[in-house]
Ligand binder design. Structure first.
Ligand code: AMP
Ligand code: ZN
Length: 458
């Protein structure tokens, strides 16, 4: 049997996924901060995680997938300065922070559904787990990893020798070159575990704690909630690449200090979708959402297909031209698969090649190339269909459900098509061409096939 191998950012190597316990794989994915809609870049990361979870199940493991929703504590700068994004978003949107969190979390879930991203087994919200977060900070305090400033309780990163290993941070270099406002923090890499509500501001989201009224820091929610649902040490933790130097580094530090484990056996990161800065910044207000693509006439699965064409550990540049090209390719695949009729038996040879690529750190672009080779091969149609449908359990493109759009063809066009057939049967090619031109003028194209003429809108 082919082993499933995955790249672990922590060890910087591809290695076999061997579950920590029995056949069970625990997977934790950092969810969005719900102060605005998610953009198509965020969605690339969730597509990667969906491919990962489908592959884990394909390989025969029992999966438990947990995803959080960050609805408090993520400040406008990841380095713990600025305001809470939720409070800023509430002012912008005119909704209360609570209403806004629900609104954007629902919108996110709708996007996931439209992209065939399977939902996690457990959703968890930071604001529903304040008790667990406070308990975690208390434990860190008892173990002497914290200190207090005028605005919060901070993690003392210098107390942990391994701090920053995930990102291979040059901690001393960072401190020497620190240009950012360090405030009362003792060291540049120290981070907030609990922030006090400022006396000058009425926060909408705040709680009592042993240290005073306030709210949890961003990183503590993931350490606390993953421990609650998956245990202190579980199989895979993932997120976007930007989480490596701060968010995941700090999650690891908290858990290592409190529990003595590095949180997850594998750390996996999706690389970015790249495009113009302004189109990719949730705080700019002018970014591309899934709905923006739909408004331009693309299906959400065309975006999913576009993401399948790049390995998750390489950057992918977005452009309308390449989305269009991928949309065309996907439609060709749909049409071909539809024309193959009913599935019969799966081709073992193609399946083996598909699995080999997929299990080699999710090489989905190569797996997709195998699908195209299959489509162009001279395997019987039923075999092609059965094999492609099996591949689609990973691709998630709804190939089985696709049907050609029903189009209304005016009688005038149908009559012209018959007239053209008539001309062709009499070998009057001049007339046949002239009629085809007339059909084109009415907005339709006629193509000749073995089954007779096919009519398509131009
Ligand atoms: P956020 O809502 O900012 O916490 O981001 C949600 C997820 O999207 C995180 O896993 C980020 O790492 C990821 N992400 C943010 N920007 C991009 C991007 N341009 N491409 C891919 N993933 C991204
Ligand atoms: Zn997280």
């Amino acid at each position: 049997m082919t082993q499933l191998k995955l790249y672990d950012t922590y060890e910087r190597q591809v290695r076999e996924l061997i579950p920590l316990k029995d056949n069970d794989v625990g997977l934790y994915a950092c969810g969005p901060t719900v102060y605005n809609y998610v953009h198509i870049g965020n969605l690339r990361t969730y597509i990667f995680e969906d491919l990962l979870r489908r592959t884990i199940v394909h390989a025969g493991f029992n999966l438990k997938h947990v995803m959080n929703i960050t609805d408090v504590g993520h400040l406008t700068s990841d380095a713990d300065s600025g305001e809470d994004k939720m409070e800023v978003g509430s002012r912008r949107s005119g909704m209360s922070a609570w209403e806004m969190a629900e609104f954007y979390a629902d919108s996110f879930k709708e996007d996931l559904q439209r992209l065939n991203i399977l939902p996690p087994d457990i959703w968890c919200k930071a604001t529903d787990h304040i008790k667990e977060q406070i308990a975690f900070v208390e434990d860190l305090e008892a173990k002497n990893y914290t200190y207090k400033t005028s605005d919060g309780i901070y993690f003392d990163s210098r107390k942990l020798n391994s701090y920053g290993y995930l990102a291979r941070l040059d901690v001393e270099g960072l401190q020497a070159g620190a240009r950012v406002e360090q405030g009362e923090r003792r060291f540049v890499t120290d981070f907030a575990l609990w922030k006090f509500s400022s006396p000058d501001e009425q926060r909408q989201m705040e709680w009592e704690s042993p240290w005073g009224v306030g709210f949890p820091g961003w990183h503590i929610e993931c350490s606390a909630m993953s421990a609650r649902y998956l245990g202190d040490y579980f199989d895979i933790h993932c997120g976007g690449k930007d989480h490596i130097p701060i968010h995941h580094t700090n999650e690891i530090a908290q858990t290592e200090a409190s529990r003595g484990t590095r949180l997850a056996n594998f750390w996996m990161h999706g690389y970015f979708l790249q495009m113009e800065e302004s189109k990719m910044s949730k705080s700019s207000g002018d970014f591309l959402r899934l709905q923006s693509l739909i408004d331009e006439g693309f299906s959400s699965l065309a975006y999913r297909y576009f993401c399948l064409t790049a390995h998750y550990r390489s950057e992918l540049s977005f452009s309308w031209e390449s989305l269009k090209a991928n949309d065309t390719a996907l439609n060709r695949l749909y049409e071909a698969a539809f024309s193959w009729g009913d599935p019969t038996t799966i081709s073992e040879a193609y399946m083996t090649r598909f699995v080999e690529h997929l299990y080699e750190d999710l090489n989905v672009p190569r797996a997709l190339a195998v699908a195209w080779e299959l489509a162009r091969s001279d395997e019987p149609d039923g075999v092609k269909k059965a094999t492609l449908l099996a591949f689609d359990e990973i691709f998630g493109l709804d190939i089985a459900e696709w049907e050609p759009a029903q189009i209304d063809i005016p009688d005038e066009v149908l009559n012209l098509v018959s007239a053209r057939e008539e001309a062709r049967s009499q070998k009057d090619w001049g007339k046949a061409d002239a009629v085809r031109e007339e059909i084109r003028n009415l907005g339709f194209e006629v193509e000749d096939s073995r089954e007779g003429p096919k009519i398509k809108p131009l």
